[in-house]
Ligand binder design. Structure first.
Ligand SMILES: [Cu+2]
Length: 493
């Protein structure tokens, strides 16, 4: 490289870095100017009207704001879900969690990069009647995050019982884009359940593989219908299910215009024939109803797919069904159209990773009715030599789902900072089942959870910029997580 080119490159990078800093500090400034959001968050038994007839006994989060920060904006669909917490990037969030359940619990802020003491690690679980203080500044980009319990071995049943809520982060960069807002910004939390004849919930995992419900809820209601106008909508999907994977698509073949993933807006919208959404993942879709007729009904489906495991039951993994409908019932006008550019972010260069030539490997291994990382079970405090990283390092992690005879898909979730997907490879023996999901992966964005099909190996790039400490990586199939498919890693200061 000539000196001149290298100097020009340096200057342009510096300019870009300066612009990024300016943007960052501007959006931080807005959050900093707000008072801290102080929330009293209680988990307790309750009941909810889910099906016709008797109400369903559930557990639920309730929240009370103790400052006028206006961070709590109601429950999605007025359902059993926890209240949505809305914060600005840069804003301080102080939460007093009160455990009024009949078992130990702790809350994890899924997708947020927070100090270890606020991460909701199971070692911090508190007994019934006890409380836990969270105190952190929201440093994540604008996006759709969520919160849910994370106690050792009982995360699955607690989330299933109704304990989950959204945490929506906004920032100035997002606010500067012409995106649908307010009533045109709709959360869609997807969960599957089994009900007894008296409408109470059934939680039976039937062995190691996971839990599948035969009634699919969106915002706490089975196959709901939403009335919409002839305008554009921002649909924020969260897969809050324990084990079910969705293959989201419009029934009439309209492409899915994806604008965001777990960690916020993409650099530019991507158009997919369908979108795979595994447990824990979020995706935001731009829905354009401008050319629809009043009276038209648009159906969102989960399409058929195979090869991801979890056979049997009333609604096996990969069986097709209708999720929800949107009925156009009014003429409305907005001057929005899908932006060509959304929000840029630093794209990691894998060749700059400290272990580029020798990635850290996590092999998913079946063992005695469980799935383990590198054949190691969960240990509350321990890490292995392979699970120690340094703050500031960019690394490549390789997850392998290639054990002989592997038939199970796994959504892998990392606590701490979000990451980027670098590469996927598939064992040719699994190519046919891979072909019916691969066009629905949204690897263009920043994510905290990534799905691996059987036979698949994936490389991710991740950098720990902010907090040292003990954090988790685990399968977000909650029954796998509860059965030891979880490990710590340590970030050295
Ligand atoms: Cu798993």
């Amino acid at each position: 490289m000539s000196r001149e080119i290298s100097r020009r490159r340096f200057l342009s990078q510096s300019a870009a870095a300066a612009a990024a800093v300016a943007l960052g500090s501007k959006s931080f400034a807005q959050g900093r100017n707000l008072p801290p959001a102080e929330i009293l968050l209680t988990a307790a038994p309750g009941s909810a009207q889910i099906l016709p007839g008797d109400p369903t006994p559930i557990n639920r989060f309730t929240a009370k704001e103790t400052t006028p920060a206006r961070g709590i904006v109601g429950r999605p669909g007025d359902s059993f879900l926890g209240p949505t917490i809305r914060v600005q990037k840069g804003q301080r969030l102080r939460v007093l969690f009160v455990n009024n359940l009949d078992n130990k619990s702790i809350v994890h802020w899924h997708g947020l990069d927070v100090p270890e003491a606020s991460d909701g690690h199971p070692r911090f679980a508190v007994d019934p009647g006890e409380t836990f203080w969270y105190d952190f500044t929201v440093i994540n980009r604008a996006g759709t995050y969520w919160y849910h319990p994370h106690p050792d071995q009982i995360t699955g049943p607690q989330v299933y019982s109704g304990l989950a809520g959204l945490l929506v982060v906004s920032d100035d960069e997002e606010a500067s884009l012409p995106l649908p807002q307010n009533r045109a910004d709709i959360p869609c939390v997807i969960q599957d359940r089994v009900f007894n004849t008296d409408n109470s919930l059934v939680y039976e995992t039937g062995g190691r593989e996971g839990f599948l419900g035969d009634v699919v809820l969106v915002n706490g209601k089975p196959s709901p219908n939403y009335y919409v106008g002839t305008r554009c909508y921002r649909l924020r999907f969260l897969n809050g299910s324990n084990s079910r994977i969705y293959k989201l698509a419009w029934s009439d073949g309209t492409p899915m215009d994806v604008i965001a993933t777990d960690g916020g807006l993409l650099e530019a919208p991507v158009s997919k024939p369908y979108v795979m959404l595994a447990p824990g993942q979020r995706v935001e879709v731009w829905a354009d109803f401008r050319n629809r007729q009043v009276g038209e009904v648009v159906t969102l489906k989960s399409l058929e797919f195979s090869g991801a495991g979890l056979f049997g039951g009333a609604l096996p993994q990969g069986h097709p069904f209708d999720l929800m409908t949107f009925s156009i019932n009014r003429q409305e006008f907005d001057n929005l159209s899908l932006p060509k550019k959304l929000a840029p972010f630093e794209r990691y260069d894998p060749t700059k990773a400290v272990n580029y030539k020798n990635p850290r490997v996590f092999d998913i291994v079946p063992n005695a009715g469980m799935w383990l990382f590198n054949n190691l079970p969960f240990e509350m405090e321990n890490v292995s030599e392979n699970e120690i990283v340094r703050r500031g390092d960019l690394e490549i992690w390789e997850f392998k789902n290639t054990w002989p005879g592997m038939k199970m898909a796994h959504p892998i979730h990392l606590h701490g900072p979000n990451f980027q997907v670098v590469e996927r490879t598939i064992d040719p023996a699994y190519q046919s089942s891979y072909n019916n999901v691969k066009d629905g992966y949204v690897d263009e964005g920043i994510v905290d959870t990534v799905m691996l099909m059987p036979g698949e190996t994936i490389k991710i790039a991740i950098r720990w910029d902010n907090f040292a400490g003990l954090f988790l990586y685990h399968c977000h199939n909650l029954e796998h997580e509860d059965r030891m498919m979880m490990r710590n890693f340590r970030i050295l200061p």
